[in-house]
Design a protein around this ligand. Structure first.
Ligand SMILES: [Zn+2]
Length: 256
């Protein structure tokens, strides 16, 4: 089947199943300039040890983590949603999909206008105090780090000085996934009739159990990724193309 034929088929499937759910991974954001931070040996990991994004590593040396964060932050701040993020927001608005489950921490789905976004691995846009749970915007925290407060410390919670260490809400190695987005994603995977995986090679556990749940409860599975995935043989449609290209073609086909 040619890519054009595959896009035609995907468009038909989306029109047929009104409660589709999208599941996105790092591949959807590479065209926005976001490096895959979980790939040791790439980008920043030639300079920093990846243990800084593990809980023991972070607690042992939070200052080093924030030095790394200072380097990465301008890249993430300047990244903008691309055509694939924007199309998913449009599909939700038009009633074709009822949400996005994402492994990404870049916040680009929300910025693109998607309303229902389940961020399985947290977000680089928010930070929280490890003692009291107080939430902060990462912009505020990075501003404080830039001014020399490294590591940043929680100053106050309900009038009491707290002194807890502030950590981004992104899930570090060895940390459990936050419960609420995970539970919502499991429910969505059970209920959907069509799961569209975009830019995930479905290697990271337990997130990659969601397509399995969808398949077991009778959903159709579509995979859009440059790489082969362990689910390809069970998928109803596999498109080995860049997410932005597929989005562009699909948007035209659906005449959105
Ligand atoms: Zn606190």
């Amino acid at each position: 089947m040619t890519t054009v034929q595959k896009i035609d088929q995907l468009a038909s499937m989306i029109k047929e199943h009104k409660n589709a759910v999208a599941f996105s991974g790092a591949g959807i954001s590479t065209d926005s300039g976001i490096p895959d931070y979980r790939t040791p040996g790439s980008g920043a990991w030639t300079k920093y040890d990846s243990s800084i994004v593990s809980i023991p590593g972070f607690l042992n040396d939070p200052t080093q983590y924030y030095e790394y964060a200072m380097e990465m932050y301008p890249i993430r701040r300047s990244a903008k949603p691309n055509k694939a993020h924007l199309l998913l927001a449009k599909l939700e608005k038009e009633g074709f999909i009822n949400g996005v489950i994402t492994q990404n921490v870049d916040g680009l789905h929300l910025e693109a206008g998607s309303r229902t976004v389940h961020e399985l691995h947290g977000s680089t846009r928010r930070a929280s105090c490890l003692q009291c749970g107080q939430l902060y915007s990462m912009d505020e925290i990075m501003e404080r780090v830039e001014k020399g407060e490294n590591p940043p410390i929680c100053k106050e919670f309900e009038g009491n000085p707290c002194q807890g260490l502030i950590k981004p809400t992104t899930v570090f190695f060895g940390e459990p996934l936050p419960k609420a987005p995970w539970d919502a994603s499991v429910d969505k995977s059970r209920e959907t009739a069509l799961m569209i995986v975009i830019g995930s090679s479905l290697q990271v556990s337990p997130a990659n159990s969601l397509p399995d749940i969808a398949l077991q409860t009778g959903s159709e599975l579509v995979i859009v990724d440059l790489m082969n995935t362990p689910f390809d043989s069970r998928a109803h449609l596999v498109i080995n193309e860049r997410a932005v290209l597929v989005a562009e073609m699909l948007e035209k086909k659906l005449a959105l």
